[in-house]
Every structure is written in C-alpha cells, then in structure tokens.
Design a protein around this ligand. Structure first.
Ligand code: IPE
Ligand code: IPE
Ligand code: MG
Length: 256
C-alpha cells in the first residue's frame, strides 16, 4: 500500500494499466452552452451530469482517486452572477449527492482555500467530508478555490511552522506531507477537456510525472467512450521517470 505513495522524483511509482489517480480539468462548459445559444451557466449544470458519470466510471474501473478541478483561485475574476451561480450549484450538489456518494462507499473531500467561502458552504463541506471520511471505494477530491501556487505556499508555511529548526535544510520529504493530496498517490493521468493545453494553476507540484491527455471534447459531452479513449491513450504511454527505454526493456521497471 505504501509503495503507491512513492514520490515520482524519489523513486519509481508502480506501473498500472488502470490509473490509480486521475486528475481532470473539466473545461468547456461555457462553450458547450454558447454553441446551443444557452446561457453559460446551463453548461455548468450539464457539466454536473458528466461528473456523476465519470465518478461511476472510475469506481467501476477500480480507479482509487479522482481529483476534479471545479473552481480555480482565478475563477473569482468571472462575472459576479456566474460566480454566484457556481457557488449555489456547488452547495446544491453537495447536499443532493452526499447520500448517494456515501451509499457507494465514496469518500468526498474538498481541497483549496475554503476561507473565502461563506460559512454555510464551509459547514456543508465539512459535514459531507465527515460523513464519507471512512469510505474506501474511491476518494473524490473536489478542487474549489484551489490554486497550485497557493497549495505550495500553504505547504511551505505549514512546514516552517512544524520544524522551524531545520532552516536551510528542508527537503522534498519535509514539504510534501503539507500539500493537498499528500495521502494520495501522485496523479497517473491528467485529463483536460475543452481543447486548451494548459495547467491553469492546477496541481503544480503533484503533476511532476503525470501523463497528460488533452481532448477537444467539451466537458458536458465527455462520455464513456471519451473516458475510455483517455485510458487507452494512458495505457500506451511509456513512463520512464528519467530512465531510458532500453532500461525499461531490460526489466528495470520495478520498485525502487
Ligand atoms: C469549466 O468550464 C468550468 C469552470 C471553470 C467553473 P468553463 O466555464 O471554463 O467553460 P469555457 O472554457 O468558457 O467553455
Ligand atoms: C480551469 O478552467 C479551471 C477549471 C476547470 C475549474 P478555466 O476555464 O478557468 O481556465 P483558463 O482561464 O481557460 O486557463
Ligand atoms: Mg474554461
């Protein structure tokens, strides 16, 4: 079990046909709606249907961790009415889905700087996390007001507070436990829908050796076939983690 948490820069993570951890930037909701002459928020609503489907697909395929980018630290820059719709949708989804998630043995948690959310939303998040905290089929992490740079700065501050005496001698191992998702294996597969090929301040540290998969498919259109295509592409990747193909062919693709 512990070997799955091996750092990709410190050792060689286990090779698996089904990714243990998938991280997804769910992009393209607005364009999906605009194409249909609908308001952008209609796309966000449909995007939630895709979330339900993808969660189920992950459970069915034995993916143990799914991390979804729902709202970035930069998404506050959007028009106020879209931001407020997204907050309401988030709250409503948490309330409506938590029972079902719990029934399906799914652990839910929210990563990001929650301090900017109103107290009712924070309470709803905490209660959903508490209710599902012991579940083991899938860990579903929702990134909300999350930014990769925030995550790193937050971890640095926590690290400095926890061992101030180490000044000047900190290592990756000192920092890593303070980052979001420290208890999850690093993502094996990063999927971004919507055609853009960028990270947009998602998991900057955690994606060090993740396989990237970009698709033009808009998030509300991302279905079982599109998901299967992403997994298929992942299966064909040669994950070298700094080594050569010849080394892999020679059988050194094993745990450090
Ligand atoms: C992603 O879809 C959802 C969020 C960022 C909340 P977008 O809203 O970014 O959709 P596009 O990129 O404008 O189509
Ligand atoms: C990234 O999408 C954030 C989420 C999907 C939540 P954006 O649509 O906000 O990204 P940019 O602005 O195009 O980079
Ligand atoms: Mg977008």
């Amino acid at each position: 079990m512990l070997s799955r948490l091996i750092s990709s820069t410190r050792g060689i993570p286990e090779r698996n046909d089904v990714p243990a951890h998938i991280a997804i930037v769910m992009d393209g909701n607005g364009r999906w709606a605009r194409k249909r002459l609908l308001p952008r928020v209609a796309g966000h609503k449909r995007g939630l249907d895709t979330v339900r489907k993808v969660v189920k697909l992950c459970v069915d395929q034995g993916v143990s961790h799914l991390t979804l980018f729902a709202f970035s630290s930069e998404n506050w820059r959007r028009p106020a009415d879209e931001v407020s719709f997204l907050m309401q949708l988030f709250m409503q989804a948490l309330r409506e889905e938590v029972k079902k998630l719990h029934k399906n043995n799914i652990r839910l948690r929210v990563i990001g700087d929650l301090s900017r959310f109103d107290s009712e939303l924070i309470e709803t998040i905490r209660s959903a996390e508490a209710q599902t905290g012991g579940n083991t089929a899938l860990t579903l992490s929702i990134a909300a007001n999350y930014g990769g740079r925030w995550d790193i700065v937050n971890a640095v501050n926590a690290m400095l507070a926890s061992c101030p005496e180490k000044r000047g001698a900190y290592t990756e191992e000192d920092l890593a436990p303070h980052l979001c998702l420290a208890d999850a294996p690093e993502p094996d597969l990063y999927i971004r829908t919507g055609g853009e090929q960028r990270i947009s301040n998602f998991l900057l540290w955690q994606l060090a050796y993740t396989e990237f998969y970009f698709t033009d498919c808009l998030w509300p259109d991302f279905d079982e076939a599109a998901f299967a295509q992403a997994i298929d592409s992942y299966r064909k990747r040669e994950r070298r983690f700094g080594r050569t193909s010849e080394q892999l062919a020679g059988g050194s693709d094993k745990q450090d």
